[in-house]
Design a protein around this ligand. Structure first.
Ligand code: HEM
Ligand code: NAG
Length: 323
């Protein structure tokens, strides 16, 4: 049996110490193994309980990850409420329709009971999405932890990062490219629109005054039934489900839907008409395992976008307010 020579084990130790003292350790697998060994289990328990009560909480956790991480960093800046003259990102029109934020507090309270002031809200955003994906029939994504929370909200920057429902696919691709997600990964991430809902405000321009010719006519009739007025009251809960066939499954039905011209958002439908994205749509529609594989990869990159580590951020006591 080969054993390490004493000198090489000395250098390994030195390296470890250097890393500990450098103060800027990167994200790591099981970051809380010492400080809060049950952290990941507690999050999973809470996410599962919440899913059993309100299945759509799991849907929200996935959208949270996107809307938090794409704006500068995965730093839970999305979760801050308006306070002390700082306006919440939740008020941006790009974050319209986001829901279930109050249940983040449920998860955070369980963690505070387990080990006070140890687990960041940014890691709750990441891990709740990871666990939500599995509950919705998606793949398990191995995620690192150790993100810290921002002390700032970036409401003015949301529109620069979160695309609008009618943006061109090329502009969507360039936003994702800027954080390291390629075309294939972007097509996979949009597969998140295989779950959840879209409010009529984001749909009516495709059916009134005339029906968008890229929309399946029978499907357009169905949408008119869901959204009977061309000017929906934005406060009314009028919406259509993203995927009528398997609405609570993160599966490749989304790609089959858009191939048959049953995409809800303009951005969804464009994945089919753009020659850069179309081949991936076809592949994902044909193979759920391939979709899951690409979705995992891209979600991981998104979840590691520019995290704040150690002194760059804090661990919030309450995810809605900085300490
Ligand atoms: C890149 C372009 C994207 C655009 C323009 C976009 C836009 C939208 C819009 C307009 C809605 C409906 C909001 C409403 O009316 O209530 C929505 C819902 C949703 N989006 Fe996206 N999205 C994009 C990408 C993503 C990505 C990358 C993810 C996650 C990985 C995601 C996850 C979701 C989920 C889960 C919902 C349903 C939310 C619910 O039912 O509460 N989206 N998106
Ligand atoms: C996109 O939709 C917004 C409303 O969300 C609208 O104000 C804007 O004019 C639309 N842009 C295009 C290019 O259609």
């Amino acid at each position: 049996m080969a054993t390490l020579a004493p000198t090489s084990s000395f250098f390994l130790l030195l390296l470890l110490i250097l890393q500990l003292y450098s103060g800027k350790s990167d994200l790591q697998i099981n970051y809380y193994s010492e400080s809060c060994p049950r952290a990941e289990e507690v999050i999973k328990e809470q996410v599962t309980n919440l899913y059993n009560i309100h299945g759509n909480t799991a849907v929200s956790w996935i959208r949270n990850l996107f809307h938090d991480c794409i704006v500068k960093s995965c730093d839970a800046s999305l979760l801050l409420d308006t306070a002390e003259g700082m306006e919440s990102e939740k008020t941006s029109s790009r974050n319209f329709g986001m829901r279930n934020f109050k249940y983040i507090n449920t998860i955070k309270e369980a963690l505070e009971k387990e080990c006070p002031m140890k687990v960041s809200c940014a890691d709750i955003v990441a891990l709740s999405a990871r666990d939500g994906v599995v509950l919705l029939g998606g793949p398990h994504v191995e995620m690192k932890t150790g993100r810290k929370d921002s002390k700032e909200s970036y409401v003015a920057q949301v529109e620069g990062f979160v695309p609008n429902h009618n943006d061109t696919i090329q502009s969507v691709l360039s936003v994702f490219q800027s954080i390291g997600v390629d075309t294939e990964g972007t097509v996979a991430l949009l597969g998140a629109h295989s779950i959840g809902r879209v409010h009529c405000t984001n749909i009516v321009h495709r059916i009134y005054p005339t029906v968008d010719p890229t929309l399946d006519p029978t499907y357009a009739e169905y949408l008119k039934g869901r959204c009977p007025s061309p000017e929906p009251n934005p406060n009314a809960i009028e919406y259509a489900r993203n995927d009528r066939i398997t609405p609570m499954l993160l599966d490749n039905m989304y790609y089959k839907n858009i191939l048959s011209h049953k995409g809800l958002l303009l951005v969804d439908q464009q994945l089919v008409s753009d020659p850069d994205t179309y081949p991936f749509v076809e592949k994902m529609a044909a193979d759920n395992a391939y979709f899951h594989e690409q979705f995992s990869k891209a979600l991981l990159i998104l979840s590691e976008n520019n995290p704040l580590t150690e002194e760059q951020g804090e661990i919030r006591r309450d995810c809605r307010y900085k300490n």
